[in-house]
Design a protein around this ligand. Structure first.
Ligand SMILES: Cc1cc2nc3c(=O)[nH]c(=O)nc-3n(C[C@H](O)[C@H](O)[C@H](O)COP(=O)(O)OP(=O)(O)OC[C@H]3O[C@@H](n4cnc5c(N)ncnc54)[C@H](O)[C@@H]3O)c2cc1C
Length: 419
């Protein structure tokens, strides 16, 4: 508690999940709860996110609408209305389509008529979150949190500028290599993939029509994801291109013109002329999950708790689901006058999130192993599998519903409801 008896939550890490949680808590509790976000990267504002874009599932979009920022973000958000999946080699003259996901409204479906995801540009999204946090009264402090000493009433936080402060709850949203997770002695189970994820923004002559493509190539998936119109040629898409890590220096080392030729080989000719608008940047890929999502007076959030393969574009969505779930557990406690950092509050959060996170991690790991190979028997088996999913509308809807994070027991924010 602060000197005035006010409760206090400190979020270490100003990524999208950390900022979303801070905004949700401050909007729900106003002056009754002090909320601070600490991150040295706050000094550079939203600009460091330039050129990145994420597929935000329907649940995340509803949460942003509930938090009052969707209107500011929607100009930079392109609905994904349709998705086509193909399985081929780079040298195949045609890429047979095995699976199509269209928007399929149905009366009992909670997402009837709603796109299952939007491609959202990270810079305007973070800018909107920062502005809304500041307007709501969240303190944005450009400093790191080095360690924490939890006690019975509060946790003492040691900042990287040498100062100390206290909080009822510390949220470690400090990324995959979380120092706070390590400091709390929470183990990590995981492995690196021998792959890198290359991201870039591509300008093209012909419109994408809101359609996303995922081409499963032997070295990994190559995704083309629609962005809002603009750029030098009038239309733009984001690519997430998985390659064997050892091949990346040769693919990207020849300069932008050679990189563009490599991209064109995978992109196809259906979009007309293409140009590089932003990137490429390469990211090492890994799977990992924290053994626990909590310690004394500390909750792990976002990549600090879990890292998954980007094959299904779900890493950030898991972080947003975590933010919604933690915001609800903390809110339920505060409304009863209880301590938001108490073990049972954090247990509720962990119970809600850990199993679903493991299930999503296993699914993305399995898909990547199944598709990132050129062995013929595996190719035949998986093509049959994808064809079957395409022919079973119920199963496909479930698949889409899960990808859209709108099924099962959802925290209120993901349903678009106030806390
Ligand atoms: C190639 C690729 C494509 C992807 N595409 C998608 C997609 O389409 N959809 C999707 O849902 N997900 C996607 N993801 C996953 C997504 O990028 C991550 O899950 C998400 O960005 C994690 O956010 P985060 O805030 O948890 O971590 P980060 O973004 O790593 O942020 C952590 C923050 O913590 C700060 N920090 C570090 N240490 C401290 C400290 N001691 N004190 C205070 N602050 C600290 C850092 O400065 C940083 O700002 C993709 C990932 C990759 C690699």
């Amino acid at each position: 508690m602060t000197g005035s008896g006010q409760r206090r939550v400190v979020v270490a890490g100003a990524g999208i999940p950390g900022l979303s949680l801070a905004l949700a808590l401050k909007r729900a509790h106003g002056p009754a709860l002090a909320v601070t976000v600490c991150d040295p990267a706050l000094a550079s504002g939203a600009a460091r996110h330039r050129g990145r874009a994420f597929a935000v599932a329907a649940g995340g979009r509803r949460m942003f609408a509930q938090l009052g920022i969707w209107e500011a973000v929607s100009a930079a958000a392109e609905p994904i209305r349709d998705m086509v999946v193909s399985d081929s080699r780079l040298t195949d003259p045609v890429r047979p389509v095995f699976l199509t996901f269209a928007q399929e409204p149905s009366p009992q479906d909670a997402v009837a008529g709603e796109p299952f995801a939007h491609m959202v540009e990270a810079e305007p999204l973070v800018a909107a979150l920062l502005a809304a946090c500041a307007a709501a009264g969240v303190v944005l402090d450009p400093v790191g949190i080095a360690s924490a000493d939890p006690g019975p009433e509060a946790t003492e936080l040691h900042r990287t500028d040498g100062r100390a402060e206290t909080a009822s709850l510390l949220v470690a949203a400090d990324g995959a290599r979380s120092r706070l997770r390590e400091g709390a002695g929470i183990g990590w189970v995981g492995w690196s993939y021998p792959q890198s994820g290359i991201v870039a923004t591509i300008g093209h002559e012909r419109p994408h029509g809101g359609r996303a493509y995922e081409h499963f190539l032997p070295s990994g998936p190559f995704a083309i994801l629609p962005l809002v119109a603009g750029g030098a040629l009038g239309h733009r898409s984001s690519i997430v291109w998985t390659e064997r890590a050892a091949d990346v220096p040769a693919l990207l080392g020849g300069g932008p013109d050679e990189t563009l030729v490599e991209i064109e080989r995978r992109f196809g000719l259906g979009f007309g002329r293409i140009v590089l608008e932003a990137g490429p940047s390469a990211h090492p890929l890994a799977f990992g999950i924290a053994r626990r999502f909590r310690a004394d007076r500390m909750a792990l959030l976002g990549d600090a708790a879990h890292v998954i393969h980007p094959i299904a574009g779900q890493g950030l969505n898991l972080g947003l689901a975590g933010a919604a779930s933690l915001a609800q557990a903390v809110t339920d406690a505060l409304r009863l006058g209880l301590d938001p950092g108490a073990p049972d509050v954090l247990q509720t959060y962990e119970r809600e999130r850990r199993f679903e996170t493991l299930a999503m991690g296993a699914m993305t790991d399995g898909l990547n192993r199944l598709f990132s190979t050129d062995a013929l028997p595996v190719r035949l088996a998986r093509d049959l599998g994808l064809g079957l999913v395409d022919r079973l509308p119920g199963l496909k809807r479930l698949f889409i519903g899960q990808a859209a994070a709108v099924r099962g027991t959802l925290p209120k924010l993901l349903r678009g409801q106030a806390l």
